[in-house]
Design a protein. Structure first.
Length: 435
């Protein structure tokens, strides 16, 4: 985790202190369940809770023990025993390290998912506000980066809102998929621990009992989780790239907010660069890169190995922290995005009305021309406009082949901008439930 791209709430999930506290809760809940089943004394379970809850786990002390044991869970249990005393012998009864490690990881991933979902909610709110603000702000739509037909800036943002609504649904599904608990002992057979302990611990931690864990929780769950983060990151990159294009000097239809005192270049004082959205593109690349090792973690040897462990120690914090930061940054960009309707109209008019070419094409076919004939008539006039800057409507009205099929008055009506925008309300109703 890099502090520059981290936020405290998400970072806190991945600290050693949080991890050890979750480990303790797993062990203590298991002890409570075993006490209820008569496996360990109820008094011992209470002592474990009382003393462990008050304990401040010393990460340095745990590291010192691990330097000798070469085993992190044993090091923690040894340190826990220093707090609990003699009743610590009832801790970890019939359990294995993966019961603690895997359940803890899933608790952390669930907590991270909750923060990410909240981050998407903030972004959705910003997109909705700005979409309605610019619902009727006309702009040119582009395909291949080239002028196509008119749309509105509100529709652009509605498109993004729909995309991030899907992102939210995927995060909710990923959270649900990873929210499982394994307290099943060596090779997952419950030989030395009652399955009811697992159910109890799962309920206390807000998880579901893993149907079959083979000692480790199956990593296809985690692969789906991190793949989902990668897809969300890709959506962030798509919107960030759109904003970067719109901020180019030759376009300048929208730009990132430029605060007082901000500097764009060490050499050129005039610069106002899209640094936030450029940063978001880079962060998205990093989040996506964590999906592949998560997928490679699925194939473990037999009932378990730990080839996945080192991977998850890195990608768990890094992917969630980075995506959390990116969502917050993108929401801020949208909330403060500076939008230039006049520039949008100016750019729309640059090609002399060429954005009406399809409407003329369709009118010619409806008037009896074959599609090939109609296309040729429209294109030859469009190319004059493209190459010389002539007015498209003027060229069409001067073309006798065109006017023989479509009267001049009808051609003029085809250059009504409102024609392209008549279903904006329909789009908004589909996306937001209201226009």
């Amino acid at each position: 985790m890099i502090p520059r791209y981290s936020r405290p709430e998400m970072t806190a999930i991945w600290t050693p202190e949080t991890r050890f506290r979750i480990w303790f809760e797993i062990e203590a809940h298991a002890a409570s369940a075993m006490a209820q089943l008569g496996v360990i004394p109820a008094a011992a379970a209470q002592v474990i809770w009382d003393k462990g809850s008050k304990a401040v786990f010393d990460t340095q002390r745990i590291d010192e023990i691990e330097a000798v044991t070469k085993h992190d869970v044993i090091a923690f249990l040894t340190h826990l025993a220093e707090h609990v005393g003699a009743d610590a012998r009832f801790v970890h009864q019939g359990m294995t390290s993966s019961d603690v490690l895997d359940t803890c990881l899933n608790v952390q991933l669930v907590r991270a998912a909750d923060i990410l979902i909240a981050g998407v909610d903030r972004l959705l709110a910003a997109l909705k506000t700005r979409a309605f603000e610019h619902k009727n702000t006309v702009t040119i739509g582009r395909s291949h980066g080239i002028h196509a037909e008119p749309t509105t800036f509100g529709v652009k943002l509605a498109f993004a809102h729909a995309e991030f609504q899907r992102a939210r649904e995927r995060l909710v599904a990923a959270r649900r998929e990873v929210a499982t608990c394994a307290i099943s002992g060596a090779v997952g057979t419950f030989a030395n621990i009652d399955p009811r302990v697992e159910v109890y611990v799962a309920e206390k931690l807000g998880l579901e009992a893993e149907p079959v864990s083979t000692q480790v929780i199956p990593r296809d769950r985690h692969a789906m989780y991190f793949a989902t983060l990668g897809v969300v990151a890709s959506s962030i990159e798509r919107l960030a790239t759109e904003i970067r294009h719109l901020q180019r000097t030759e376009v300048l239809e929208a730009e990132e907010f430029f605060s007082a005192g901000q500097k764009g270049s060490s050499a050129m004082p005039h610069k106002r660069n899209p640094v936030l959205t450029e940063n978001l593109v880079g962060l998205a690349r990093m989040v996506r890169s964590y999906a592949m090792p998560a997928m490679e973690n699925v194939a473990l040897w037999h009932e378990r190995d730990i080839s996945h462990s080192s991977v998850e120690r890195m990608i768990g914090p890094d992917a969630t922290v980075t995506l959390d930061f990116a969502l917050a940054r993108l929401a801020g960009v949208i909330e403060k995005l500076v939008i230039y309707p006049e520039a949008m109209k100016r750019n729309l008019d640059k090609l002399g009305g060429l954005h009406n070419s399809q409407r003329v094409l369709l009118a010619l076919t409806q008037a009896g021309a074959s599609r090939e004939e109609a296309y040729a008539m429209v294109q030859r006039n469009a190319m004059k406009t493209w190459e010389t800057g002539a007015d498209f409507l003027t060229e069409l009205k001067a073309d006798k082949d065109v006017t023989a099929k479509v009267p001049v008055a009808a051609l003029e009506e085809m250059f009504d901008l409102g024609y392209h925008l008549k279903h904006v309300d329909t789009i908004f109703t589909r996306v937001f439930g209201t226009a």
